[in-house]
Write a new protein. Structure first.
Length: 122
């Protein structure tokens, strides 16, 4: 597995972890301490901000998980990939988007720029 693939895997592990202690550990494993996350609905910084953003997504969409779609595209310290937010109950996917992550020298995520392609009710 490449550093890019590993980072994407850790990213989805963090976004799909729901227990408070497990989520803190998953965020610490995936992101640098000062990592930023920005999309049209959120602007978070650091592990505490990321944990809050991820927890908020789980509260808004209980029973849903983020799933990688397609194959990540990477060069240098950048990776872009697409995702769907999928219901565990019926497989529906009311939200979708793509993210671009930047990795630090250790392969952890230092920034995320997120774009939303589909939202519920939009």
């Amino acid at each position: 597995m490449t550093a890019h693939e590993d980072a994407v895997q850790r990213y989805f592990t963090a976004w799909n972890t729901t227990g408070p202690e497990e989520l803190e550990k998953a965020v610490a494993a995936a992101f640098t301490e000062e990592a930023t996350y920005t999309d049209p609905l959120a602007d978070a910084r650091g592990h505490d901000g990321l944990v809050a953003a991820i927890s908020g997504a789980h509260q808004q969409f209980p029973g849903f998980g983020f799933r990688l779609t397609g194959t990540p595209d990477a060069h240098h310290d950048l990776v872009r990939f697409t995702w769907d937010l999928v219901s565990e109950a019926d497989g529906s996917a009311p939200a979708a988007g793509f993210d671009v992550i930047r990795l630090d020298g250790d392969g952890r995520i230092s920034s995320v720029s997120g774009f939303l392609d589909r939202l519920p009710g939009a």
